[in-house]
Write a protein that binds this ligand. Structure first.
Ligand SMILES: [Zn+2]
Length: 92
């Protein structure tokens, strides 16, 4: 169990919707996990790379507008985040 370095409390696992803008619009990823404790120290989990990769893909494809997706769907479609970041570097 991890504890907060500031207040010594335990982190709680929570989920939120994270929104970020890309060149053509905005991307909302729901069910995005993060850890937070009572003093409101927040730690984002490693899934941010998946969101960044998806934003790159949207920009590359010239997508315009608001895109909403759940993190679960993204993970299902792109089980390896590197597939998003290096889309042309490997044979499928
Ligand atoms: Zn704390």
């Amino acid at each position: 169990m991890t504890h907060c370095v500031r207040c010594g409390g335990e982190y709680k696992h929570m989920k939120k919707t994270k929104t970020d803008s890309f060149k053509g619009g905005s991307l909302s990823v729901s069910e995005f996990p993060f850890k937070q404790c009572e003093c409101e120290t927040v730690i984002s989990l490693s899934d941010g790379i998946l969101m960044d990769g998806y934003k790159m893909l949207l920009e590359r494809d010239g997508v315009i507008g608001r895109v909403s997706v759940t993190l679960g769907k993204l993970k299902e479609r792109y089980p390896r985040p590197m597939d998003l970041i290096l889309p042309y570097s490997q044979a499928r």
